[in-house]
Design a protein around this ligand. Structure first.
Ligand code: NAP
Length: 230
């Protein structure tokens, strides 16, 4: 049984935590303040019910602060709002992250001018690289950020072949992350290792396209399929 930490209590954190626990891992989800997170009664900005409703149905998942979760996890998922990911990781504590694999699912989206959001870092840099540079002893693997949370953990929810991307500097870390993706149902042929962490520039820059497609299709259950002709 692997001990996994999920930093982030939004729909991505909830969906990954529930699925990883269901698959037999031991999971702790992290938040800023446990009491205030459980005290929320309003739906979130996207209309999802308050965290406590999810937690009542998933109380086998442990709940702690960002630092407690990071200390608990042998592997850590960053599922926080991209704007504050670096801040959250600092508050989680460098010693709790050191030498571990950090699976970065966040996106650098800026909603300050409303919808559609723009990227607050792109072209010559990425959030994945900023995290890797800020925490050089952490093995950052960027993945799963190019699709809806429900498809991340169950690709078979969408008929046909579609792809997930992976960026990171450490080959062993990417192999471990690939095993987790396999456990969700991702086939090897649909997991594209893009190369080192600088390739996260490309996958993060798919977000403006994803958001426009969402506007066109009016449904988030779609994904990218890369046709190599093979
Ligand atoms: N929604 C999707 O389907 C989807 C798909 C692909 C990638 N992503 C990316 O995944 C990440 C998570 O997305 P999400 O929609 O689940 O949740 P979100 O609303 O973007 O982020 C929720 C998390 O961010 C934390 N947070 C927000 N403001 C904070 C602040 N000022 N200081 C510290 N922590 C703060 C919250 O902490 P508390 O727990 O304390 O409230 C919460 O844990 C994002 O980077 C998003 O771009 C989302």
């Amino acid at each position: 049984m692997t001990k996994l930490a999920i930093l982030g209590t939004g729909i991505v954190g909830q969906t990954l935590a529930a699925r990883l626990q269901e698959l037999g891992n031991e999971v702790m989800i992290g938040t800023r303040n446990v009491e205030s997170t459980l005290a929320k009664t309003e739906n979130d900005a996207m209309g999802f019910p308050p965290f406590k409703d999810w937690y009542q149905k998933n109380d086998d998942v442990q709940l702690g602060t960002f630092a407690q979760a990071a200390s608990f996890g042998e592997m850590i998922f960053n599922c926080t709002n991209g704007h504050i990911s670096l801040e959250v990781l600092k508050s989680a504590g460098e010693k709790n992250l050191k030498d571990k694999i950090l699976i970065d699912v966040s996106n650098p989206l800026d909603f300050s001018n409303g919808f559609p959001p723009f990227l607050f870092v792109c072209n010559t840099d990425s959030l994945g690289e900023q995290i890797q540079n800020a925490f050089p002893l952490v093995k950052v693997v960027k993945t799963l950020n190019t699709m809806n949370a429900f498809l991340m953990v169950e690709p078979s929810k969408l008929a046909g072949s579609h792809h997930v991307f992976m960026s990171g500097n450490d080959a062993e870390a990417k192999a471990s992350v690939k095993s987790i993706l396999n456990s969700f149902g991702w086939l090897d042929k649909n997991i594209m290792d893009m190369g080192d962490i600088t390739t996260a520039r490309g996958t993060e820059m798919m977000l403006p396209m994803w958001i426009r497609l969402y506007g066109t299709l009016n449904n988030p259950m779609f994904n990218f399929h890369i046709n190599t002709g093979l």
